[in-house]
Design a protein. Sequence first.
Length: 414
Amino acid sequence: MIVTLLLDYDWEKFLPFTWTRPTWDLRIGIFTFLERISKLYGNVFGYTHRKELRGLFSSFPENKHDGETILLLPTIYFKKYPNFRKEKDTLFLDASGKPFGAYLKKFRVFDVRNPDNWDGDVEKLEEVILLQTPWEFLDYIHDQIIKDHQISGKKSFKPYKGVAMISTPDIFIDTSVTIETGVILDASKGSIFIDSGAVIRANSYIEGPAYIGRSSVVQPMTRILGNVAIGPVSKVGGEITNSIIWGYSNKQHDGFMGHTIVAEWVNIGAGTNFSNLKNTYGKIKAFYYPEKKEVDTGRQFLGAMVGPHAKIGINTAVNSGTVMGAFTFAIADRIVSGFVPDFSWIDGSEVPLEKALEIAERMMSRRDFSITDIYADLIKHIKEESKKYVVAGASGSSGKKSRKTKKKTVRSKK
């Protein structure tokens, strides 16, 4: 038996999203990386060396298998699906020459990014692209949703009275989905996949490629304008394009979101807008955790990276290239820019651990989740570990009104 392990070594490159999950549990299209690679190759397991995640995610035990093994960094995009099984030990390089995996005759786990003293074969696979930053995910939403739809093998749907469907062979609607009158589903540019228990409210327009996750709600008159993946149990509204919402998050009111990634347990207030283009039409910079500074993304279009448990108040403007860390809070009617460090308000003041836990418990309980001791320990770990990424002068706030004094006074009374 051959076993494929998806390794979590590249997790820092995908912060803030990987604070609360391994890289193999991230999503671009319909599936997470683990789900997709499992469907393609079978016998696939996640492996993380991070102790703080092992109680929350199953990690393959190192003493369970001693035979043929494939090791992969999971954040890969397949142009085509290669055969990873070889005659002898082989190190795999992606199209640009970066190591991303290995085939081994005998089981062992090692960091494939740094294959010191490797004495086996080396093979470059032009059909594989190893992703290096979270914003690269945005480049592959279109193709990945289409490919994932093909992998799923699902195409059927039931007719809905008063619902217009264009290019029906590229539409899948689970039988448990509710779609109200006046909805338009246009799959002429790519697949539309609506998962079990989802609700599409009246007069919404969905252009493919688009994925609407399990038990998610698309509010009335929503415009989803292609290249959008909405994870499970989320509520969305307004106008959304070229974006990913991983799950259990809310953006259910009017407002524009483009070229943005939103983690889990995020709430975005009514009237919030995400800029994805500078007025100068120039390239956009964004904070990159491994380098602890803003880097040139080389992109003309980029919205925001919004980390887990972030909260954004009503009528907020989020500038191009904004990165909001985990447990960050944007005050209503303000402009958010640059890097908002984990566990902070946009005025730069710190969010106490007790307050972060309290707010997380309130939101998660609304979805019938509770904070276990293991999850609370993870939040404590993030609080401490994230301190090394705090950059002098980083606070993502500006605006017509200053509410710093008022906010500090409220917190001091508590």
